[in-house]
Design a protein around this ligand. Structure first.
Ligand code: SF4
Length: 391
């Protein structure tokens, strides 16, 4: 069995700068029960004025979102940050790979800050650069590397985006994955294969449902098995090689619950994110990114019923914003993204108050070479024709 060095990081001790994981939080955080937290956050914001720009991902808690200057998905937020060159401090209320993308897209004098370094992403962690380089070598040994184009989802570390930049690949979001795959398949002639990182579900859903690639030409690369667990014949036949990664939040939704809810709620519309498993997407009425989900609910008629398969903070916010619609969560259990939820009011207050004192905590900095390579893959995405680049 192939092993890859993945140091165990007990919560609160140590960081692993080579992956999305980092769990240090130096200094004293205010207590979560401190009744003055909202006032303290407001006061610090006011003191920082235009020097500060706070970004809030849709999956963040309400207690944090209330302080965001803009909300959105990861790519929109990175672009919003790039459009504010006067902001000295970009506080990213989201997860680590998002802050990295913001650092790549913002100017060298802007500091991007993640209020809690433990806010990683389990999906991004599933593809580490050492594993991907090993897979790339194995594809060379199997004689197929020269027809493989790597495509990585925005939800990946800067290292992986840089790998794609160096190797003729591209970044995609959940909105433009189809266009990105079309582009990739035009790169190496009719034998082109795509290595899709790190979310097997987005890759499979897009390849099968939007490009019409047969399911049996989608193979899964398991980085913990020699040669990804694939035979030479399977690799030769494959049109898309899906990295064995998934979102631990969206992967929980199941086809059973859709059946159960449809039996109970007449006229139910099921709306899910493409990070959900293929069988869930097949049973849904509509599939789309977080921005698509928000717009669909905004445009839905009063009285309509919706079961939504995405992160719970967003579903609850939509439910509160649209009391005239019957909105429910597509899971029997509570299903927050635990790493997104690491960013809470105490961490935000701690970050802002340090900035007021002139201390930059938890800065996210991508090294210049990685940044340059990652920008190549991001630029290829920006140059794709058509659709928006929303995550
Ligand atoms: S919702 Fe999924 S993809 Fe998004 S940050 Fe959480 S684990 Fe990562």
């Amino acid at each position: 069995m192939t092993t890859v060095d993945l140091p165990l990081l007990p919560l609160g001790r140590g960081t692993d700068p080579l992956s999305e994981r980092g769990v240090d939080c130096p200094g004293d955080l205010p207590a979560a029960s401190d009744p003055d937290l909202v006032e303290r956050a407001r006061a610090a914001r006011e003191k920082l004025g235009e020097r500060l720009f706070v970004l809030g991902h849709h999956y963040q808690r309400d207690e944090v979102i209330q302080f965001a200057d803009v909300t959105g998905d990861s790519f929109k937020l990175a672009r919003d940050a790039a459009a504010r060159p006067e902001a000295e401090y970009i506080v990213f209320c989201g997860v680590h790979f998002m802050a990295e993308s913001a650092d790549i897209l913002t100017g060298p004098d802007q500091r991007v800050i993640l209020p809690d370094l433990a806010a990683g992403c389990s999906m991004a962690d599933m593809a580490r650069i050492a594993q991907v380089e090993k897979a790339w070598d194995a594809l060379a040994a199997a004689g197929v590397q020269d027809v493989v184009v790597p495509v990585t989802y925005m939800n990946s570390s800067a290292d992986i985006k840089a790998f794609c930049g160096r190797n003729g690949g591209v970044v995609c979001t959940s909105s433009n994955a189809e266009v990105a795959l079309d582009w990739a398949y035009a790169q190496k002639g009719e034998d082109t294969k795509v290595l899709f990182l790190p979310d097997q579900h987005l890759g499979r859903n897009t390849a099968v449902l939007q490009l019409g690639i047969p399911l049996d030409e989608c193979v899964v690369w398991n980085p913990f098995k020699p040669n990804g667990g694939l035979t030479a014949e399977e690799l030769a036949k494959a049109k898309i090689i899906l990295w064995k990664g998934h979102c631990s939040v969206h992967g929980r939704f199941s086809a059973d619950v859709i059946d159960e809810l449809r039996a109970k709620v007449p006229g139910l519309n099921v709306l899910v994110h493409p990070e959900c498993q293929h069988e869930v997407v097949l049973k849904a009425d509509q599939v789309g990114s977080t921005e698509y989900i928000i717009k669909t609910i905004e445009a839905a008629p009063a009285g309509s019923s919706w079961a939504i398969g995405t992160e719970l903070n967003l579903v609850q916010r939509l439910k509160n914003a649209h009391p005239d619609k019957n909105i429910m969560f597509l899971d029997r259990n509570v299903c927050y993204c635990s790493t997104m939820n690491r960013i809470d009011l105490p961490h935000l207050v701690w970050t802002l108050e340090n900035l007021v004192e002139g201390v930059v905590v938890n800065q996210i900095q991508v090294d210049p070479q990685t940044e340059a390579d990652a920008l190549v893959a991001l630029q290829r995405m920006l140059d794709l024709p058509g659709k928006s680049h929303r995550d």
